[in-house]
Ligand binder design. Structure first.
Ligand code: SAM
Ligand code: SF4
Length: 341
């Protein structure tokens, strides 16, 4: 039965909710699921691993997500906002290493006016790179301005597609607005990325199955799955960390159902276990983000404790050890290219 479901996913890239639940609930065929996802990854997006340069340019946040160390209620954190020159120095450093995609990430804040951020985007685009923003929920007008200034992609995880759980985890956010933001970004022509956390309190296998179906329904071009990691200065300090194998399994099933997309081996996976990212790369992932935030601020972007940081110098060696090649191209997702050709 399970083997048939895995074959079905491999051949049709389609499973219904009950079928996904069956695969997520049974642990006896995990190896087969990982191998199938690895095979589909190779068939559709090849053996190259796209590297992205991540710049965490501000840890100020107006939101209060219960799991995140950057939440506004956490007073035990040194807040920072990098200025334009500091950000451009990080970009220059990444470009010198050969990076062709820059990811600008921050807490959700108003520390940078729209015009200031547009000016920064224009300056970054002078380096001839693809630019991804991950700055949270904004109005459609704001997203439009950033697109016009040159931003190409946007990452906005739904975190959980279970509206009730979403409400419990996000006292200052509205589920419907998050979905609207994703739809607006899509309408504006961004390559969109979403994703979820695995291991939130009260999160059911059913809701993880819905998450995977949500990624398909919204036609996401990139999907990032992060195991939840408990942060001591949050209301979830006593909640155990998410399970790495379950998180990788959600990711592998996502690859089987969305064969054309880009899927990162997330930092949270490596933080939970050494070589967690290599495990993910052999189970459907094809992207790695390398942190180019200046050392002085890296530790203050404390979403969760002991955040791992892949080394730009040793990454190629690590990838070669699993017969994968570094690809220093922009690495658009195939799903987006197909829709926009
Ligand atoms: N503020 C923006 C947002 O929320 O979309 C972008 C920055 S936010 C720090 C990036 C991601 O960090 C979130 O989408 C969330 O999934 C992840 N994150 C936050 N706290 C986490 C935790 N305790 N464990 C694992 N991932 C976490
Ligand atoms: Fe802010 Fe993003 Fe953390 Fe939520 S997940 S508290 S929006 S930085």
């Amino acid at each position: 039965m399970m083997k048939e479901l895995i074959e079905k996913a491999k051949n049709t890239h389609s499973l219904d909710k009950n079928e996904i639940i069956s695969l997520l609930s049974c642990n006896d065929y995990d190896e087969e699921i990982f191998t199938a996802a690895d095979c589909i990854r190779e068939k559709y997006v090849g053996n190259e691993v796209y590297l992205r340069a991540l710049i965490e340019f501000s840890n100020a946040c107006l939101k209060d997500c219960k799991y995140c160390g950057l939440r506004c209620s956490n007073n035990n954190i040194k807040r920072y906002n990098l200025d334009e020159n500091e950000i451009l120095n990080c970009v220059e450093n990444a470009v010198e290493f050969g990076y062709k995609t820059i990811v600008l990430q921050s807490g959700e804040n108003n520390a940078y006016s729209v015009s200031k951020l547009c000016k920064l985007i224009q300056k970054i685009k002078e380096f001839d790179v693809a630019l991804t923003l991950s700055i949270g929920e904004k109005s459609i007008e704001e997203y439009k301005s950033y697109k016009a200034a040159g931003a190409d992609r946007f990452l906005l995880r739904i975190e959980t597609s279970d509206e009730n759980l979403y409400k419990q985890m996000h006292p200052k956010s509205d589920y419907k607005n998050r979905i609207n933001c994703l739809k607006n970004l899509k309408t504006l022509g961004y390559e969109i990325g979403t994703g979820c956390l695995v291991g939130l309190p009260n999160q059911s296998i059913e809701s993880l199955a819905d998450d995977i179906l949500f990624f398909k329904e919204i036609e996401s071009d990139m999907v990032g799955i992060g195991p939840f990691i408990s942060h001591p200065q949050t209301p979830l300090s006593c909640t155990p960390n998410g399970d790495l194998v379950l998180a990788v399994k959600v990711m592998a099933l996502t690859r089987l159902l969305l064969p054309n997309i880009n899927i990162p081996a997330t930092t949270a996976m490596e933080t939970l276990a050494k070589n967690g990212q290599l495990f993910a790369l052999q189970s459907g992932a094809n992207v790695v983000m390398i942190n180019f935030t200046t050392d002085d601020f890296k530790n203050d972007y404390n979403i969760y404790p002991n955040k791992s940081s892949a080394n730009p110098l040793s990454i190629a060696e690590n990838l070669e050890s699993i017969n994968r090649l570094v690809k220093m191209s922009r690495g658009n997702s195939l799903s987006w290219e197909k829709k926009n050709k």
